[in-house]
Write a protein that binds this ligand. Structure first.
Ligand code: SF4
Length: 224
């Protein structure tokens, strides 16, 4: 078997093993793309609970995205303080909203649905602070596009498994994984890899002896 076929076969087995253990995640309905974008900014360097709390407080404090955009940045930062890095995130949210208004004449991203995936990705990535992961999250979770977001857990676990080269950058990992993970299973695999990274394949001390993927894992094989 050549290297590409080996990786493809390992990938398919890993996707299936994770599904056996974690199931197929159920994602509640579709979000509005602008809400998703704001949540993605809030989620940087924090957990889902604090992201959700920050988003709830933000939407309780401000009635509309226009109000968030026009508010004193300190008020926005205060509303989202639970998410951490709140001064940076408040500034980034306002900059994104201003940029969207300038480019579109209003605060609405539903037009992205009409665009091809690559074009929509490029449009989002021209917003301040929006990288490949954030763009992929917005497009996958709001429009069901077959993008594959690579966050810190996905990146770490994929590297240890040997699905991407050891010295791959995050940017490169996006391209590689998006190209090989089967379209309809991208969201499932993304979520299950995050679950596995949080529960078993932890950054500092991976619990390899308990891991259902160890027979497929380069990191494990090198050490055993
Ligand atoms: S065997 Fe260890 S390093 Fe490999 S995926 Fe499992 S926990 Fe992570």
């Amino acid at each position: 078997m050549d290297l590409d076929s080996e990786i493809m076969s390992k990938l398919q087995e890993v996707i299936d093993l994770l599904k056996e253990d974690y199931g197929v995640p159920v994602v509640d309905g579709r979000e509005e793309p602008l809400d998703s974008l704001i949540q993605v900014i809030l989620s940087q360097n924090t957990n889902d609970t604090n992201r959700d709390r920050a988003y709830q407080r933000l939407t309780e404090r401000f009635d509309t995205p226009e109000d968030i955009m026009k508010a004193d940045v300190r008020e926005v930062a205060d509303a989202i303080s639970v998410a951490g890095l709140h001064n940076i995130k408040a500034k980034r949210i306002q900059e994104c909203l201003k940029e969207i208004e300038e480019r579109r004449g209003g605060l609405d991203l539903s037009f992205l649905e009409e665009m091809g995936t690559e074009e929509a990705k490029k449009w989002l990535r021209r917003l301040p602070g929006i990288g490949p992961k954030s763009a992929a999250v917005v497009l996958n979770f709001t429009f069901g596009r077959e993008t594959f977001p690579v966050d810190t857990h996905v990146f770490r676990v994929s590297k240890r498994l040997g699905l991407i080269p050891e010295y791959s950058t995050r940017e490169r990992a996006h391209k590689l994984l998006e190209g090989i993970v089967p379209g309809p299973r991208k969201q499932e695999f993304h979520i299950n890899l995050i679950r596995h990274g949080r529960r078993i394949c932890k950054a500092r001390k991976p619990l390899c002896s308990e891991c259902i993927l160890k027979k497929k894992c380069d990191f494990y094989k090198e050490r055993n």
